[in-house]
Design a protein around this ligand. Structure first.
Ligand code: E4P
Length: 219
């Protein structure tokens, strides 16, 4: 399973890249706003900076909601760097735009997916990635991981090549659940990725090893 980081924060992207386990980045307009990035030129420069840090795909979301402008915006974004994946919302115009981009060989990430029916449409339109938001489903007491399972079954039934990018991941249990089900990618905050490292027995075991070593060395 690929690990994407879900942030527009360059320091966090660098930290995840340095860890050696990063396969890509997802951003969205809220995450860009959180970093204070606004205005076309700044947004473009920020995407370029992200592409310079990571080796894998970088999702850049369109702001337009109508087909013509989604296409214009997406083509500008895609031309920035071959790593760019145009992120398009799951709407009627969005599905049409995904079909258009897929015919042009431009990678897409269909975002704001909350049902298996939406995921099926995204795959039929030729999306490179589909992003079911599992954390936001959990927030409204709907089982997010169950949706990933449903989409996995449907895609496998028909051999769809659209990659399931489990989004809105909040913690290590989400990451493990996605890995067990067979999500192709998960995207989450740095804290969720780093939390996989943690186990109290690792900490106490290491402390014991170091103490025993120091004792034997007469320190
Ligand atoms: C997906 O690509 C989105 O950026 C994201 O995962 C949303 O997550 P949130 O629910 O934590 O905002």
């Amino acid at each position: 399973m690929k690990f994407f980081i879900d942030t527009a924060n360059l320091a966090q992207i660098r930290e995840a890249q340095d860890l050696g386990v990063l396969d890509g980045v997802t951003t969205n307009p809220s995450l860009m706003a959180k970093e204070g990035i606004s205005g076309e030129e700044n947004v473009i420069n920020h995407y370029k900076a992200i592409c310079d840090i990571v080796e894998g795909d970088v999702s850049a979301e369109v702001i337009s909601t109508d087909f013509d402008n989604m296409v214009k915006e997406g083509e500008v974004l895609a031309a920035l760097n071959p790593k760019i994946v145009v992120k398009v919302p799951m709407t009627k115009d969005g599905v049409k735009a995904i079909k258009y981009f897929s015919q042009k060989g431009i990678k897409t990430n269909c975002t704001l997916v909350f049902s298996a029916g939406q995921a099926l449409l995204a795959a039929k339109a030729g999306a490179t990635y589909v992003s079911p938001f599992i954390g936001r489903l959990d927030d409204i007491s709907v089982d997010g991981l169950a949706l990933i399972e449903e989409i996995r079954l449907i895609y496998d039934n028909y051999g769809f090549t659209t990659q399931i990018l489990a989004a809105s991941v909040r913690h290590s249990a989400h990451i493990l659940g996605c890995a067990k089900i067979g999500a192709d990618v998960m995207t989450g905050p740095l804290s969720a990725i780093v939390s996989l490292l943690k186990h109290p027995l690792t900490d106490s075991g290491l402390a014991q090893f170091l103490a025993d070593h120091a004792k034997a060395a007469g320190q």
